[in-house]
Ligand binder design. Sequence first.
Ligand code: FO1
Length: 321
Amino acid sequence: MSQDNRRVLALAGGVGGAKLALGLSAVLPADALTVAVNTADDFEHLGLSISPDLDTVMYTLSGLANPETGWGRRDESWNAMAALEQLGGETWFRLGDKDLATHIERTRRLRAGETLSAVTRDLAQRLGIKCAVVPMTDSPVRTVVTADQGDLAFQDWFVRLRCEPAVRRIRFAGADKARANPALLDMVKLRGVVFCPSNPFVSVAPILAIPGVRMTLQQTRVPRVAVTPIVGGQAIKGPAAKMLAELGHDVSALGVARYYKGLIDGFVLDQADASLKAEIEGLGIKVHVADTMMHTDNDKRRLAAATLEFVDALARSLQHS
Ligand code: FO1
């Protein structure tokens, strides 16, 4: 394989995406991985620019992530939040003391005129991350969840209201005017595209909503593989299963595969759902059955390696078609 064709593009959101990204970073050379991250969960809070998915990916790749929550930093202290609470400030979105430093520095640089891509590149480098971590766009895009009580900003729905209001509709305000990160528009020389096991509706869909990204994915000849975020009808983490039901999809890996139809050549299905293989293949999507649970770093590496083997097998079969 030529140098150019070695690069893998991973599409990622929060915790699940970050775990597979870590596995990919362990089995690929540093210059062969680009992780493109959802930024539609971003918001301004306490006057700071917060990019939760970028931070989850960066903390995970640098070994700094909180192993209990998956978001925020390990060995965190909460003095600023406690002091804020005493003063009657807003504490529903928990920002640890060390994590605050990331938001303060990001906010300062954005206000000074740097792009989110430039700030992310530098922060990632300072945290010792060797692969490329890029925001899906430098333009502001915000997920808006329509529930029965009206429109809710994403973090209001996700954290403040604990994902409880039933979701009627989701939109990505600003996506139509956003400019995609160039990594999402040039797939000609890739080894493959991996849809990480992130929430299809609020982590991957915002990336697909940026003009040009869906079409580029539809037209590329490189293999595109999604790793299931649903096992045994349940989300590994977060509200994906609840959202599948509320948005009228089958609450299963099959529902996810149908949602990605036309965008993927292959689907990594968990061994617990092996009975869905034939139905997913009936959609014209090849299936690889694996253990997709990522408890340990070894699990992450194993799933990443299996996903890449599947990507390469698909490349061989696409060449023949
Ligand atoms: N998630 C929560 O459920 N509660 C929180 O208080 C919270 C704080 C937080 C702070 C920084 C950060 O980067 C992420 C944080 N998250 C929190 C997670 C975040 O809301 C979600 O990971 C994503 O937006 C969904 O992928």
